[in-house]
Design a protein around this ligand. Structure first.
Ligand SMILES: *Cc1c(COP(=O)(O)O)cnc(C)c1O
Length: 384
């Protein structure tokens, strides 16, 4: 069956999938093997060594390509190893224009690993197209966009960034971890590469660390596949299986993440002890119109600042939460709370961090799919 024309809520389950050829098992077996018997040198059934390819990973890669409306998916050992492969497309002297308010680990990889190899990164607020264009020169090769941004929930106009990329002959990569293809499909909006930390919503159960890239273009896919195999940070068969299982309920989980996220954002914004709530679904959000145009809903990621609070006050609130777990990461079925300044964004210098709004009292929530009344009661007692 061709699954190309299915709707999204069917693609999560069937996209790029078919029953296993050996016994018809509906879920792909976990091919826990490093190598494959050959009948004659080079005589194999498409698999020869599991770094190069593994059937369980292929099943996941086909699913990823399907849900992002791409032609080629690549599954990596982590989100960061997927990003690592993208930057390895570049050469010393090349420049990248990147979102300033981005995942701390991406910033660390760019700044502390790749700058050493002569690649230059410009970290800027990308909400204004003119500002992006002002940082493009003849050495620029890549625009790196994360939207909504982490943790400030800024929204960057993907079609506008795609126009700029075309005009200046650049690659546009979008980290779609926060939105997922349930809410936003960057390849349809003109991006060349979609990247995921599948550790988050795609896996959805906080039980794997996995990364993904999806592209439409064959030549780009070949280059990335070369790097995936050459560097070797591949997704293992067990993790491929778990991520594939997660993707099958992505649409159902995301629907609830969005409903609960909306209820909690609205609860927080009315709370007398809360100073500011960052969530792209508010009409007052500075990029709300762009969010509405390129996203189908607004997700379950929310950041907020309690009134007059300090580093210590914010830490106390996250420590007081009981249903929300204080933890790194996001996008699982369970609600998590984090304190970016001391956790996810601690690797960004305080001065850099505060320039993009990540102040010491900022708290980030990944709203899960529990009963929303329990989540609100928990916030109520923790905020006091
Ligand atoms: C977690 C995360 C990453 C890194 O992915 P890992 O799977 O942890 O390596 C990159 N981008 C965003 C937005 C993330 O949340």
């Amino acid at each position: 069956m061709s699954t190309k024309n299915l709707k999204f809520n069917s693609k999560t389950i069937h996209g790029g999938q078919e029953p296993d050829k050996a016994y018809g098992s509906v879920m792909p077996p976990i091919y826990q093997t490093s190598t494959y018997a050959q009948t004659t040198p080079g005589g194999h059934k498409g698999y020869e060594y599991s770094r190069s390819a593994n059937p369980t990973r292929t099943a996941l890669e086909n699913s990823l390509a399907s849900i992002e409306n791409g032609n080629y998916g690549l599954a990596f050992a982590s989100g960061l190893s997927a990003i690592d492969a993208v930057i390895k497309l570049l050469s010393p002297g090349d420049e990248v224009v990147s979102t300033n308010d981005l995942y701390g680990g991406s910033y660390r990889l760019f700044k502390q690993v790749f700058e050493k190899y002569g690649i230059k990164f410009h970290f800027i607020g990308m909400q204004e197209v003119d500002v992006i264009e002002a940082h493009i020169n003849e050495k620029t090769k890549l625009l790196w966009v994360e939207t909504p941004t982490n943790p400030m929930m800024n929204v960057i106009d993907i079609p506008a960034a795609a126009d700029l990329a075309k005009k200046h002959n650049l690659l546009l990569a979008v980290d779609n971890t926060f939105a997922t293809p349930y809410l936003q499909r960057p390849l349809d909006l003109g991006a060349d590469i979609v990247m995921h930390s599948a550790t988050k919503y795609l896996g959805g159960h906080s039980d794997v660390v996995v990364g993904a890239l999806v592209v439409k273009d064959k030549e780009l896919a070949d280059q990335l596949y070369f790097l995936q195999n050459a560097s070797g940070a591949v997704c293992g068969p067990m993790d491929s299986f778990l991520t594939l299982r997660g993707i099958k309920t992505l649409h159902v989980r995301m629907q609830r993440h969005c409903e609960n996220g909306k209820a909690i954002a609205e609860y927080l914004v009315k709370h007398p002890k809360i100073e500011k709530v960052y969530w792209p679904g508010f009409e007052s959000h500075p990029n709300h119109d762009i969010a509405k145009a390129q996203m189908d809903n607004f997700g379950g990621m929310i950041s907020f600042i309690p009134k007059g609070s300090s580093f210590e006050d914010a830490v106390k609130i996250v420590e007081n939460l009981k249903v929300f777990t204080l933890a790194e990461s996001l996008g699982g079925v369970e609600s998590l709370a984090g304190h970016p300044a001391s956790m996810t964004h601690a690797s960004i210098p305080k001065e850099e961090r505060e320039k993009s709004g990540v102040v010491d009292s900022l708290i980030r929530l990944s709203v899960g799919i529990e009963d929303v009344d329990d989540l609100i009661s928990d916030l109520d007692q923790a905020i006091g």
